[in-house]
Design a protein around this ligand. Structure first.
Ligand code: PA5
Length: 349
């Protein structure tokens, strides 16, 4: 199919994922305006633990990536049941579940309450919203109706307000403004109305085609590489590999010296602010990979960390959308994931 045919895209995208992605800048603006249920300060924590899974945890990854260079308080992302042993009364636990029905995240909330952590809930409803009401937790109620991975704006920006209440400024107002205006321009460039000749996401999707995507980031963009992997897997239903330099130079690099039987395509997520040492590593890695398979590069745009990381995340969202379209698949639905959750809830096996 041609990605420039609106009727063909509409046939595959019956849930209007393209409309949700086009509205992403508006979603982010609405999310910036959301306030926690209780006003007033929160105690400055010893550590911030964001508990969530899948698309919700991605909000935590973005927060942790922005906080690395700014905060003297660690931000940990916990994916799983319960909480790490260190979590206690001095810590802030943000339980993040778009649906409010994710069992691992509900278990983290319960553990946080048992350990007398300061627990804040961010959700659109479900059992997590009910738990927050029952325990009078500080919470942020999100609009429903989206797929969690497409609600990243709602899942990320309210955490900035929660942390500000705890005297932790992760992203300054000017940096938020820069990120939001960058998203406007980028969305225009990547949306379906922008033809393949000038649309980076369409071109990347065509380069990936039916090959296995391998996405490598650097120190700043490593978490974004993981986000690309999960978006490609959920939206385009294709297995994807993610890694980060310099770590992959110490293990995965060996693969590129051997014969690789599968058809792959590599995307390097480059940061305009990356250190010269990292640039040298990317150059060498690219040369090595290019002996075996195709390589594309995608670069961050903007100045602040948030603008730069969001620019690549949005490119990944659109690339996975177009790849789903090329493969004739509905990017919205996740039938296997849904059926797996239903089997677990059934409890008969
Ligand atoms: O993108 C998705 O649909 C999943 O990765 C979900 O985010 C994950 O299953 C967790 O659900 P929730 O975000 O509602 O807690």
């Amino acid at each position: 199919m041609t990605l420039d045919d609106p009727a063909a895209l509409a046939r595959i995208d019956s849930h209007d994922t393209r409309g949700v992605l086009t509205d992403f800048p508006a979603q982010c603006r609405a999310a910036v305006a959301l306030a926690p249920s209780t006003s007033g300060p929160l105690p400055r924590p010893r550590a911030v633990i964001v508990a969530g899974m899948g698309g919700s945890a991605a909000g935590g990854d973005l927060l942790a990536a922005c906080a690395t260079e700014r905060l003297d308080v660690p931000v940990l992302v916990h994916r799983g049941y319960g909480l790490p042993t260190l979590a206690g009364a001095a810590d802030l636990v943000i339980v993040l579940s778009y649906s409010g029905e994710t069992v691992e995240t509900l278990s983290a909330a319960t553990t946080g309450l048992e350990r007398r952590c300061r627990v804040v809930a961010i959700t659109s409803g479900g059992r997590l919203a009910a738990l927050a009401r029952r325990h009078r937790l500080t919470s942020v109620t999100l609009p429903g109706g989206l797929m969690p991975r497409m609600a990243l704006g709602y899942l990320f920006f309210p955490m900035l307000a929660v942390l500000r209440a705890a005297d932790l400024v992760v992203v300054k107002d000017a940096e938020i403004d820069e990120a939001l205006s960058g998203l406007d321009g980028l969305t225009r460039e990547l949306a379906p109305g922008s033809p393949t000749a000038v649309n980076e996401a369409k071109r990347l999707a065509l380069a990936l085609g039916d090959r296995v995507p391998v996405i490598y980031g650097g120190p700043a963009t490593g978490p974004v590489a993981y986000r690309w992997k999960t978006d490609l897997e959920e939206n385009a239903k294709c297995l994807a590999v993610a890694g980060a330099l310099p770590e992959m130079n110490h293990n995965e690099i060996e693969v590129w010296g051997a014969r690789i039987p599968q058809a792959l395509h590599v995307v390097l997520l480059r940061d305009a602010h990356e250190d010269v040492e990292i640039s040298r590593r990317f150059t060498l890695v690219r040369e090595l990979i290019a002996r075996q398979t195709g390589v594309s590069e995608a670069w961050t745009r903007g100045t602040g960390t948030l603008a730069r990381l969001l620019s690549l995340i949005v490119l990944g969202q659109w690339t996975s959308f177009y790849l789903a379209a090329l493969r004739g698949l509905d990017p919205w639905a996740v039938p296997v994931l849904d059926s797996f959750k239903a089997q677990l809830a059934d409890g008969s096996r």
